[in-house]
Design a protein around this ligand. Structure first.
Ligand SMILES: Nc1ncnc2c1ncn2[C@@H]1O[C@H](COP(=O)(O)OP(=O)(O)OP(=O)(O)O)[C@@H](O)[C@H]1O
Length: 285
């Protein structure tokens, strides 16, 4: 893994209708790494991704490692709420990801079609190729949108809540595929994610936004600090370690977690489990 930045942001700010929604974001994205963007609703994650992709007017600078401003072949963005054109088939939609590689009035080549088909296959969507995009379930549509972003084969992949509509199995499948591409092809990934435990699992580094400001950046261990998270999300949160992975959970509700367990373990067993979290005992007494 290279430590040189694939993308460098300096003092990036965005205002919509005179309202500042992103301010002074300075970040380096090391090439080949996965950066997780986290933060509450409206904290500026999508706006930051859109600034990186050059889709929104911003102050400050967004540069590639050679100092160039990113072009469509450098970055691909999977938006949170993409427009699916009525009447378009899945394969036609995925082929839109190849547009950045085509010259003026040039149509897709055989190799473009092969790339689109192979991405669909890897996402388990090959049999959907001729289906109309508007006749897909929410989760199927989300995988097709990811397929389009992957078909672009840009070295930096920006994902805006890529798995919000997916069941657990497909969530893991998609994230594992993206991570595999990152490892094998050296992709740099930036993904806005609401599930902090999943973000911690895949990200080398996390950037935590609140009200448009970067509140913390660093490794998941550094950023997922219960006090900081609880104050930003406005709810007491706990950070546990399970099988070597960080897991962020809401603190147990008063009287909820101390109920006897159906397996007969009861309050005594629960208290033993919670030994390392003294405050759990106080909350549920
Ligand atoms: N096109 C727009 N015009 C005006 N305000 C906007 C626009 N897009 C976003 N905003 C505002 O900018 C702020 C940041 O929004 P953004 O979508 O970046 O947040 P987010 O962290 O991605 O939120 P979520 O987790 O809910 O998707 C919000 O207050 C939002 O209302």
């Amino acid at each position: 893994m290279s430590s040189s930045p694939a993308l460098r942001l300096h003092d990036v700010g965005v205002a919509y209708d005179g309202r500042q929604v992103l301010r002074d974001v300075t970040l380096d994205l090391p090439a080949g790494e996965w950066l997780g963007l986290i933060g509450p609703n409206g904290s500026g994650k999508s706006t930051l991704l859109r600034s990186m992709a050059g889709l929104v007017r911003h102050s400050g600078t967004v540069e590639l490692q050679d100092g160039r401003r990113p072009q469509a072949t450098d970055l691909s963005l999977m938006p949170q709420t993409p427009e699916l054109p009525p009447g378009m088939t899945v394969i036609e939609y995925v082929l839109l990801g190849r547009t950045a590689h085509l010259g003026w009035l040039q149509s897709e080549s055989r190799s473009d079609r092969q790339i689109a088909t192979s991405v669909l296959r890897r996402l388990g969507m090959a049999s959907f190729a001729e289906r109309t995009v508007l006749r897909l379930s929410g989760g199927e549509a989300q995988r097709v949108v990811i397929a389009r972003a992957l078909a672009q084969q840009a070295p930096v992949l920006l994902l805006d809540e890529p798995t919000s509509a997916l069941d657990l199995g497909h969530q893991v499948e998609v994230l594992e595929l993206v991570d595999e591409l990152r490892r094998e092809d050296g992709l740099t990934v930036v993904a806005a994610m609401h599930d902090l435990s999943v973000a911690a699992r895949y990200s080398h580094r996390l950037a935590l936004l609140d009200h448009g400001a970067l509140m913390a950046q660093g490794t998941p261990q550094e950023v997922l600090e219960p006090g900081l998270l609880s104050s930003i999300y406005g709810h007491p949160l706990r950070v546990h370690t399970l099988d070597g992975h960080l897991v962020v959970l809401p603190a147990p509700r008063r009287g909820g977690a101390g109920r006897p367990r159906p397996d007969g373990g009861g309050a005594h067993a629960w208290r033993q489990e919670s030994d390392t979290h003294r405050s759990d005992l106080l909350w549920t007494r």
